[in-house]
Ligand binder design. Structure first.
Ligand code: CA
Length: 227
């Protein structure tokens, strides 16, 4: 049984999430403080963490930093609507996804399920990955759509493989810049938009209504792998 840890100080929200996730078949544990939450994360080794950013004994950022020092479990952040910048900061620190309060339980469950079935992707893998009608052969560095070869530039291909490696994770503009171009290009966020648009043009059936290369408005992008 997959287990989930919730670190959330608002008792009624925590209880509501716990009950809903238990109905989905998850084993759920709740911590109300960041300190106890970190201990629970270390001792219980959950498969996923739901983390509220505003906690009474410090903040969620410290939890993310601490956790990322030794764990790569998916972290889904809950943030208040007013904390737009906090969301980006949390993602840059290593959170995987976020939801803004108030959120729908259906949305939360869908996100959790997506992270739980995360692609078994290994960047060194020689196997072929299937993304709907798109096939990516990492060994040959070859991409086909509907069995037709798609020509990607080296930067486009690099961006694609980074998104694949981070499937379902929200990547901020900054993270994509750092990963694709290196840290010297930190100010050129429009690069990311241009190359994302190229990838959509080449790989999506309807580039203006993408199925895989999703926009997270004001934050960045996410590669979504449909069931
Ligand atoms: Ca709170």
């Amino acid at each position: 049984m997959k287990s989930i840890l919730i670190i959330e100080d608002e008792v009624h929200i925590a209880r509501f999430i716990k009950t809903s996730l238990e109905q989905e078949g998850y084993q759920v544990h709740v911590a109300h403080l960041s300190k106890t939450g970190l201990i629970d994360a270390a001792t219980r080794r959950p498969d996923l963490l739901i983390l509220d950013l505003g906690l009474p004994d410090g903040n969620g950022f410290d939890v993310i930093s601490d956790l990322r020092a030794w764990s790569s479990i998916p972290i889904l952040v809950l943030s208040a609507r007013s904390d737009e910048q906090d969301k980006i900061k949390a993602l840059n620190l290593g959170a995987d996804d976020y939801l803004t309060k108030p959120f729908s339980m259906g949305e939360l469950i869908a996100r959790i399920n997506a992270h739980m079935r995360r692609w078994p992707v290994n960047a060194d893998s020689s196997s072929e990955l299937n993304l709907g009608n798109i096939k990516i052969n990492l060994e040959l560095r070859q991409v086909t759509k509907d069995d037709m070869l798609v020509h990607l530039t080296p930067i486009e291909y690099r961006m694609l493989t980074i998104l694949i490696k981070n499937a379902e994770k929200v990547m901020t503009h900054q993270q994509l810049l750092n990963e694709v171009w290196g840290k010297n290009h930190c100010h050129q966020e429009h690069y990311v938009r241009i190359f994302m648009s190229n990838l959509r043009q080449k790989l999506e059936d309807e580039p203006s209504r993408p199925k895989y290369f999703l926009t997270e408005i004001g934050v960045g992008y996410k590669l979504h792998v449909p069931k």
